[in-house]
Write a protein that binds this ligand. Sequence first.
Ligand SMILES: C[S@@+](CC[C@H](N)C(=O)[O-])C[C@H]1O[C@@H](n2cnc3c(N)ncnc32)[C@H](O)[C@@H]1O
Length: 478
Amino acid sequence: MQLPETFLEQMKLLLGTDYDAWLESYEEKPFAGLRFNTGKTNREAWENTLSPFELRRVSWTGNGYYIGEDAKASRHPYYFAGLYYLQEPSAMAPAAVLPVEPGDKVLDLCAAPGGKSTELGAKLKGEGLLVSNDISNSRAKALLKNLELFGIPNICVTSETPEKLASVFGPYFDKILVDAPCSGEGMFRKDPDLIKSWQERGPEYYAPIQRQILASAVSMLKPGGMLLYSTCTFAKVEDEDTISWLLETEPDMELVPVQPWEGVCGGFDNMPVIRLFPHKIEGEGHFLALLRKKDKAPQVQEKHVPAASPDSATCGKAGKTPAVSASGKVSAEVRKLETESDFSQWEDMVSFSFDRSRMMVRDGMVYYLPECFEKRWNLRYLRTGLLLGECKKNRFEPSQAVAMALRMKEFSQTLSLSAQDERTVRYLKGETIFPTEEEAAVFKKGWVLIGVDGYPLGWAKYTGSNFKNKYYPGWRWQ
Ligand SMILES: C[S@@+](CC[C@H](N)C(=O)[O-])C[C@H]1O[C@@H](n2cnc3c(N)ncnc32)[C@H](O)[C@@H]1O
């Protein structure tokens, strides 16, 4: 690999005696990894029962593993069941270090394609809110797909500038991740094409953008809230210097030292941050800084966030979420859906009912809004909450997203195929599948949640003789 001279000089200055070892690491192959979905399984089940791959644990996460180059992990039915995400091991560190808890209001500001958002969402366990944003609309579409594949219901996916989000939210969030756009020096081994991008737009190009993003991020953080800043680059100007700038310009922010793990380095100038280098750990490289906003008098929050309006509800741990929104209002569209369509027939097959005051119908699309969603958040959304389905001419069709968010035991008519059953891949390819004699004896006409080894894949409609395929065409196995 031909690394640019200026880059090598910069690294020589940065690493000193470590430089040769670092350079030698470029003779090695990049590491590939996989992170299982803690919203769907746990370590014991994954390691002992589920995983079809040879695994070796990544030491800095509870759910990350190294996988072999020939694992073909994106072509396994479990990938389509959202059981894992493919991620370079050092990129697993930021979402592992940010202490997100169920009920938190979380913002992932530069989130696409969702490597870290899927983990943050899984950590929330369906409670609280995850706003996942990316300035690029096309990249935000991939983000939405990955969040839906993971079955995360309490999301808002937006494509906005950080400034716009800051003007709408004020200091609203408990936890914020800024996985900043950067010069990507830690990705050269994995993707040599990035060397060319670096030559066109290097550290000096990204540093001011990162500062601008961080300034907005800080203004959206609650007093006492935590922010994790990460990059996949080594340049000090994008890493420690950016953090020094932040601490100077935002005196309310302080660094929170992170317990180091084997192989990681602290920051330059003794800054208590985390650096992952490819000659020290089995990964491509990352920079992480965990910060806290000092607790201040509560009037700061009141200034930006209006007291709960009739359209808003409390959300998360502090508010002890009510079962219905503060307004308790049910819209005329939702009443119409209930009385004039077959939505309720489908809902009767679900083991719980949806709180009507959180339902919204727009252009035939039916959404289940996060508990604390506020109508005054006027943003460019790709998704508000969980898409339940679409109502066409009073016929309700459940969405791919709701299939992924349910558990098999939460729907009354299910067909769980084994990963080895040839019908599994045929279903994922969009083909009609047929019941065995035994299955034909028990299935009733209507909706069926199809799964693989007990994990949902999508919908089918049993016709009496076959399962009409309702798998989302855009997600099909190619
Ligand atoms: C390092 S990538 C994020 C990777 C992502 N966090 C993940 O784990 O999959 C940086 C992202 O920042 C986005 N971006 C660039 N400028 C931005 C800005 N001003 N505000 C928000 N996002 C921005 C890019 O589109 C890109 O998707």
